[in-house]
Design a protein around this ligand. Structure first.
Ligand code: ATP
Length: 348
């Protein structure tokens, strides 16, 4: 566990970047620091591995004050991933990943073998190992950055906007990959982002900071979306807060009706499309057993007639949900925001 106890950072010019911050980062889970630009996210993160020292207060790692641990020892147990990966441009990918093992004095063979293992772990082809960073896409470089941070198997990982320099599609796949990795590795991860969607997707716990480095609210994503602490948090979550919340509600609740005859299915029971005058139109599907209400809504929006097709795990049609069935649940879980106050500070 990482504990912040009344931590303040005042820079030399008098800027108070973090003000009396107290919070706990649980072991083996992802804690996201989110908030508008300049709210002290990066400063808070870097005080953990002492790239920045706190002005006052205490940060402890499993009970030990980080100021009592010399920085190289401290950083050996803390992986660090930054935006645009920060790879060494003149080192091959394999040697970039092996950076920390080399520093730890491992022999080259062992360090490279570990690097190859890690490349596989983050989903990169072994054929990329001998390339240089500029020969990789942005998304691949970011994966290398994650592999490098994991090289010495540190229990703690600090990630500072690691996916913000890549396009939204690559970004979503990097996020999915991180969640997959985390389900295996169970690291203590502190993840900084200014993107609330990324925060609620990745965080087991989300800490919302406001400018001045003050904690506005710390909660699990579902609680954050349902019970924002104040107008600032409500404003930061945005007007589509209700829609985001749907991701945390099971689609099992959607009332299904029988599939109408104009839904054409194949012999295997899988949908082929909606019959129209001149062919088949697109359809959207969701699996009520595993998907969220958000997926059901997306499926309804994808179909020209607004009807979502419910399928089983094999993709076979189980029934359909019309907009009325989905609207019933939307009215319950995502009612229109009444009299939402304006945020003190606009989100980044
Ligand atoms: N070395 C420094 N000297 C003076 N002020 C600084 C320094 N580094 C950061 N700051 C200020 O401290 C505040 C917090 O900065 P920080 O980088 O921690 O915020 P952030 O939330 O990570 O922002 P962003 O999302 O824009 O990266 C900002 O007002 C910033 O200008």
């Amino acid at each position: 566990m990482i504990t912040f106890e009344g931590v303040t950072k005042r820079y030399r010019d008098g800027t108070v970047a973090v003000d009396d911050l107290s919070l706990e980062v649980p072991t083996g889970a992802i804690t996201v620091f989110v908030g508008p630009s300049g709210c002290g996210k990066t400063t808070s993160l870097r005080m953990i591995n002492r790239m920045i020292d706190a002005t006052s207060g205490r940060i402890a790692l499993d009970g030990q004050d980080v100021r009592e641990i010399d920085p190289p020892t401290l950083r050996r147990g803390i992986g660090y991933v930054i935006q645009q990966a920060g790879l060494f441009p003149h080192r091959r990918i394999v040697d970039n990943v092996a950076t920390v093992p080399y520093l730890l004095g491992w022999n080259k063979k062992k360090a490279r073998a570990r690097a190859m293992e890690l490349l596989e772990l983050v989903g990169l082809d072994a054929g990329l190992a001998n390339r240089y960073p500029f020969q990789l896409s942005g998304g691949q470089q970011q994966r290398v950055g994650v592999a490098r941070a994991l090289a010495a198997d540190p229990p703690v990982l600090l990630m500072d906007e690691p996916f913000s320099a890549v396009d939204p599609v690559v970004r979503a796949s990097l996020q999915d990959e991180l969640l997959r990795l985390q389900s295996e590795l169970r690291k203590t991860i502190v993840f900084v982002t200014h993107d609330i969607d990324e925060a609620v997707k990745l965080g087991d716990t989300v800490a919302v900071l406001r400018v001045g480095g003050r904690l506005a609210q710390m909660a699990g994503p579902a609680t954050l979306l349902t019970e924002p602490a104040d107008d600032f948090v409500r404003g930061f979550l945005g007007r589509d807060r209700g829609i985001r919340r749907l991701s945390f509600i099971s689609a099992k609740e959607v009332r299904l009706g029988p599939a109408p005859p104009d839904l054409v299915t194949g012999e295997d029971g899988r949908p082929l499309g909606w019959r129209t005058g001149d062919g088949l139109a697109a359809y959207g599907t969701f699996d009520p057993e595993t998907d969220s209400l958000r997926a059901a809504l997306d499926a309804a929006l994808l179909s020209p007639n607004g009807v979502a097709v419910a399928v089983d795990e094999e993709g076979r049609v189980r029934g359909v949900a019309g907009r009325d069935a989905i609207d019933e649940l939307l009215a319950e879980y995502a009612p229109p925001v009444k009299g939402a106050g304006s945020a003190e500070e606009a989100p980044a």
